[in-house]
Design a protein around this ligand. Structure first.
Ligand SMILES: Nc1nc2c(ncn2[C@@H]2O[C@H](COP(=O)(O)OP(=O)(O)OP(=O)(O)O)[C@@H](O)[C@H]2O)c(=O)[nH]1
Ligand SMILES: C=C(OP(=O)(O)O)C(=O)O
Length: 240
């Protein structure tokens, strides 16, 4: 039985990363989404005793997830193919129930899929804090969103409230905020500016390779700097 089950939701590629649509053609955007997912999963695989599940209804996303060693859960039927405001949280609730049915006491982490600069040690640090505290969030680099909801040492059902302004909702619902800096874990990439910051922090190998191929129109230098495989310190170019 795993000690922690990491749940990573990804919507259909045709709908994903609409805030990058002005800068990248649909196929390039899809490739970038898949690459950021790969790098996020690689970092999560570095956690001790972890099981990973990607929740998606997209076959290309599912293929990348399976190749990385994650399990795949299809979106629950009520939300499949429908852009409803709560479909993301419904998908996470269903996945959390599934994970708990497999292993009642498992810790849960609902993790964003667009964290190309995240490091395993950042996830481990957040998890350690949550194991001592209970329910915690990692707020995103803007302070308003949530990149991870950690649900440790509790039998309560997961209550994900992702979406714009989610940090405040999670905190209002009793979650505590992880205080450590964790710049890669906080950097969810939604805009071209976010992507530029991620490149300066050092993105994972999959994202770097895609940016090297598609990034000629982006306003920062590609080829990108790849992060060292076992980097444990934060570069001083870091921005939050
Ligand atoms: N499985 C699943 N994942 C979802 C769903 N809706 C959103 N997601 C994922 O949840 C995360 C945050 O979603 P959004 O902010 O709506 O979408 P995004 O693709 O990150 O960016 P925008 O299109 O620019 O809003 C992304 O990783 C999405 O792929 C859903 O209905 N089902
Ligand atoms: C869904 C969220 O983030 P974003 O829309 O930035 O991907 C969130 O922060 O809850």
């Amino acid at each position: 039985m795993p000690a922690v089950h990491v749940l990573v939701p990804v919507k259909a590629l045709g709908l994903a990363k609409s805030r990058l649509a002005h800068a990248l053609e649909p196929e390039a955007r899809a490739d970038l989404v898949l690459a950021m997912l790969q790098d996020t999963l690689s970092a999560a695989h570095g956690l001790d005793d972890a099981q990973l599940t990607v929740i998606t209804s997209d076959h290309r996303v599912a293929a990348v997830a399976l190749e990385s060693g994650a399990s795949v859960l299809v979106d629950p039927p009520a939300v499949r193919g429908v852009e409803r405001s709560d479909s993301l949280n419904a998908a996470l609730r269903a996945a959390a129930e599934h994970a708990r049915a497999q292993s009642a006491g498992v810790d849960l982490v609902a993790l964003q899929a667009d964290l190309p600069a995240v490091r395993s040690h950042e996830l481990a640090e957040a998890l350690e804090e949550a194991r001592a505290t209970g329910i915690m969030i990692v707020a995103d680099h803007t302070g308003s969103g949530t990149t991870a909801l950690l649900h440790c040492s509790t039998q309560d059902p997961l209550r994900p409230q992702f979406g714009p302004g989610s940090a405040r909702r999670h905190l209002g619902d009793g979650a505590r905020a992880v205080e450590a800096a964790l710049p890669g874990l906080r950097l969810d990439v939604d805009t071209v500016d976010d992507l530029g910051v991620a490149v300066r922090l050092g993105v994972g190998a999959a994202t770097a390779a895609v940016l090297d191929r598609i990034g000629s129109t982006l306003p920062f230098p590609c080829p990108t700097s790849r992060r060292p495989p076992h980097a444990s310190s934060v570069p001083d170019t870091m921005e939050r």
